[in-house]
Design a protein around this ligand. Structure first.
Ligand code: MRU
Length: 353
């Protein structure tokens, strides 16, 4: 069995529980810099600026954010602490609208707070419980990603070509990633996949992050521009497509990084299976279909200038910059969760578990 290199962890709590330590993903692949965050405001800024990004990692960071808000609060009573907690929860929930993991993690933290306050806990006990809950969310995500990877691996042939879009890797989660988990687990078994990473305009998560983290792990990765997916598929280089997701609606329609639905349409044309890797925390049974998913729109500068400095378009040109799109459930071969592999039409079975 080949030993995989230590996977990079992008979000964790400091040893003394005082600060959230995140890998600043905006500086990759040039610099590996860790930021230490102490307040909900700092966590909010890091999420908005995409220093921490990827649906599961955003949820984990927000969970630590409300814990840190409570820890550093000057509340004198548990009622005051709850009020301060709810303020930071609402604030963190306003950071990004599409990835449902953010709201899922914040609701879970509130549930824990209310459970323990109801049991008559002190301020210190509540803060300890919030810390433990945030740590559990992170640790569980690691196991969930590993399970997604094991299930996905059963669908992949050793040595085959895999196309991925955006970054659903170890740095977008607690560890392993979702779409990249089977690639890391396959490496341990000597599967030697050939990965093609779409660069993923406009912010280049595929080029800067996926190509980087796979190279760091000595995995065979080839970077292509987004408009090259069709040619690599037509040349027979791709046997499956694996992507992550930010929100899966009850009918299986899936929001993921802008450009994903185009890749799914191409996959259908070439008869290539298109798999979405989704922890249960990303499946939103409250949202009936993709039309109800709020799509984040980001600033014009992301598409008119290179990293907000060099212009790439005429000054004042009209722009439209949706950060995500929705892939219709009919284009998705299967949704791979920690509980197993489901056709989009069978997702309701998970809701009953
Ligand atoms: O805007 P980003 O970089 O946060 O978008 C990330 C994606 O679209 C990922 O594919 C998704 O969050 C899944 S991460 C396991």
């Amino acid at each position: 069995m080949t030993q995989i290199v230590d996977l990079i962890q992008s979000v964790r709590l400091s040893e003394d529980g005082e600060r959230l330590i995140i890998l600043d993903q905006t500086l990759l692949p040039v610099k590996k810099v860790y930021n230490e965050l102490q307040t909900p405001q700092e966590v909010w800024d890091a999420i908005v600026q995409l220093k921490v990004r990827g649906a599961p990692a955003i949820g984990i960071a927000a969970a630590y954010g409300v814990y840190l808000g409570a820890k550093h609060s000057d509340a004198n009573t548990t009622a005051e602490l709850l009020s301060a907690f709810l303020d930071s929860k609402t604030y963190l929930a306003s950071s990004r609208p599409t990835a449902v993991n953010l709201f899922w993690a914040l609701d879970r933290m509130e549930g824990r707070f209310k459970e323990i306050i109801g049991a008559g806990a002190s301020i210190e006990e509540i803060i300890d419980a919030l810390k433990d809950e945030a740590e559990s969310i992170r640790l569980e995500d690691e196991h969930i990603c590993e399970a997604i990877g094991e299930h996905a691996l059963t669908l992949l042939e050793p040595g085959s070509g895999i196309l991925t879009h955006c970054n659903a890797g170890t740095i977008a989660t607690a560890k392993y990633g979702t779409a990249l988990a089977p690639i890391y687990l396959g490496q341990q078994k000597g599967y030697q996949f050939k990965v093609y990473a779409d660069e993923t305009r406009p912010l280049l998560q595929g080029a800067r992050l996926t190509a980087w983290e796979l190279s760091e792990a000595n995995i065979d990765v080839t970077l292509i521009c987004d408009n090259m997916a069709s040619i690599v598929m037509s040349e027979g280089k791709i046997q499956s497509v694996l992507v992550g997701c930010d929100r899966v609606a009850a009918n299986g329609d899936t929001a993921n990084k802008i450009g994903t639905s185009g890749v799914a349409i191409l996959s259908a044309h070439y008869g290539i299976p298109f798999y979405v890797c989704a922890p249960l925390s990303t499946i939103d049974f409250e949202t009936k279909n993709g039309k109800d998913i709020i799509i984040e729109e980001r600033s014009a500068e992301e598409i008119t200038s290179k990293w907000y400095t060099e212009p790439m378009a005429p000054k004042g040109v009209k722009t439209y910059n949706p950060a995500f799109d929705v892939t219709d459930h009919t284009l998705i071969t299967a949704i791979i969760t920690e509980k197993g592999i489901y056709k989009p039409s069978d997702l309701h079975q998970l809701n009953k578990q």
